[in-house]
Structures are given as structure tokens and as C-alpha cells.
Ligand binder design. Structure first.
Ligand SMILES: Nc1ncnc2c1ncn2[C@@H]1O[C@H](COP(=O)(O)OP(=O)(O)OP(=O)(O)O)[C@@H](O)[C@H]1O
Length: 233
């Protein structure tokens, strides 16, 4: 699914620079569910943003689904992003003035899909996350867990090969976190490849593999016995 070789990334800070990723090597196969952990500032989000083609590495190779991701025009990057990737964020990133179904349908608009089909597909995905009855509601009328479900439905709408999640349970209480993780696990059971950043050890243990970063290098990369979230729901 993806292969990264000797990835480096620095940010300019005044006259000097901050070397954030220092030679990352990682491969993720189709069907995996991987947690990226590490203390604050270790480079987790930077790595996820590069994998998500929201940012670019300085040096190193990144191959996504057989395609080398390097020096792409913004237009081409946007096409690949829409085709391959779905994003879930800690703060949901829903559009406040659009209702749930319009939020879910939005990525399909960027794929050039006609309105009727967009709404049909959005309905299907809202149903999948159990929120069809809430289709007409604005984000402010939804609970945190419901907002994250809408965000997951939106991430799934364009049928991405890889789901990227940055602290998807970071803004949720424990019970809701477990409900969301149970749902994410069910997506992985269906074959979706998932990569998530988390601070929480119990959430990471609900993945199948944990990669630990420290100061921009991978300290540990190991398979784990997946804890099923539904037992806590
Ligand atoms: N756009 C940027 N410009 C300058 N420095 C940045 C930028 N983005 C991140 N950094 C710095 O790079 C380092 C790594 O940041 P990153 O967000 O990847 O860490 P993280 O492991 O995700 O941390 P957290 O768990 O706190 O979100 C931090 O020191 C951060 O301040």
C-alpha cells in the first residue's frame, strides 16, 4: 500500500531549522491497522501529513499504491489525495454551515460526481455510521461522537484505499472513543487499511501494529494482539 524510505523533513525556524523527521523507513501493507505513537513533538503529525500528501518531505522516497509521490503539481496531488486517501481529524473538521449529508457528500463533489449520485452515496455512508436520521442536522446539533461518525462517513464517501486518522478519539470521552474505535475496527475487518496517530496506549492496542517515534526516528515497530473495542461498548 505504501513504502517510505529514508524520509527527512525540517522546518525553518528563524535563521536555522528544526530537523523533525530523521530518516524514516516504513512500509504498510493492504489491510493493516497501524498506530503511530510518540511523545509530543516527536514528528507524528508531520509524518501523517506527508503520507497524506498535505506536506512534502525534503528528501527520501514515498511510494503510495505503486506511485512515486514526488514533485507533484498541486493539482495532481489533489487528484491522488481524493482517489487514495480519506482523512479523519481530532477536531472533526466538518463544515459548520453544511448539514451532515452535505458534509459527507463534499468529497464526491471534488470527484465530479453529479448531485443525485452524491446524495445517494452520502446516504449510504451515513447509514453505515448509523446516522441517517441525522442527515439534515448541522454539526452544532450533533454530539462529539456523532460528529466524528459524520467525519468518518465523509472520509469513506470516495472509497479511499487508505484511511488516515490524526488522534481520532482525542476529543471524545472514553465510552465514545471505544464506540468510534469499534467502528474503525469494523472497517479494517472489511479490509480498509488504516493508519492513525494516537497518544493513548489503550487506543493504540486496538490497532494491529504500533510504530513508536522518538525525536524523529522510529524507536519500535511491532505487531500487537489487537484488543477489540466492542467489548467496552
Ligand atoms: N509548520 C511548522 N513549522 C515549524 N515547525 C513545525 C511545523 N509543524 C510542526 N513543527 C514542529 O515540528 C515538531 C514536530 O511536530 P509534530 O506536530 O509532527 O509532532 P507530534 O509528534 O505530532 O506532536 P503532538 O503529539 O504534540 O501533536 C514540533 O517541534 C513542532 O513544533
Amino acid at each position: 500500500m505504501l513504502k517510505i524510505n529514508q524520509l527527512h523533513k525540517s522546518y525553518p525556524i528563524g535563521d536555522s531549522s528544526l530537523h523533525v523527521l530523521k530518516g524514516i523507513d516504513i512500509s504498510v501493507e493492504e489491510g493493516e491497522m497501524v498506530a503511530i505513537m510518540g511523545s509530543s513533538g516527536s514528528g507524528k503529525s508531520t509524518l501523517l501529513n506527508i503520507i497524506g500528501m498535505l506536506d512534502e518531505a525534503d528528501t527520501g522516497d514515498y511510494i503510495l499504491d505503486g506511485l512515486p509521490i514526488k514533485n507533484l503539481t498541486e493539482k495532481k496531488a489533489a487528484v491522488y489525495r481524493n482517489k487514495f486517501l480519506g482523512f479523519i481529524f481530532q477536531s472533526f473538521n466538518l463544515i459548520n454551515y453544511k448539514n451532515a449529508i452535505e458534509n459527507v457528500a463534499l468529497p464526491l463533489y471534488y470527484q465530479g460526481i453529479k448531485r443525485k449520485e452524491r446524495i445517494e452515496k452520502a446516504k449510504f455512508h451515513l447509514q453505515k455510521v448509523g446516522l441517517l436520521d441525522w442527515a439534515d442536522h448541522l454539526p452544532k446539533e450533533l454530539s462529539g461522537g456523532q460528529k466524528q461518525r459524520v467525519a468518518i462517513a465523509r472520509a469513506l464517501a470516495a472509497n479511499p484505499k487508505l484511511l488516515l486518522a490524526d488522534e481520532p478519539t482525542g476529543a471524545l470521552d472514553t465510552k465514545t472513543s471505544h464506540e468510534i474505535m469499534a467502528f474503525i475496527q469494523s472497517l479494517n475487518d472489511e479490509g480498509k487499511t488504516i493508519l492513525m496517530v494516537t497518544h493513548e496506549e489503550d487506543i493504540a492496542n486496538m490497532c494491529k501494529r504500533i510504530v513508536r517515534l522518538r525525536d524523529g526516528v522510529i524507536m519500535e515497530d511491532k505487531k500487537v494482539n489487537q484488543v477489540r473495542a466492542e467489548q467496552y461498548v
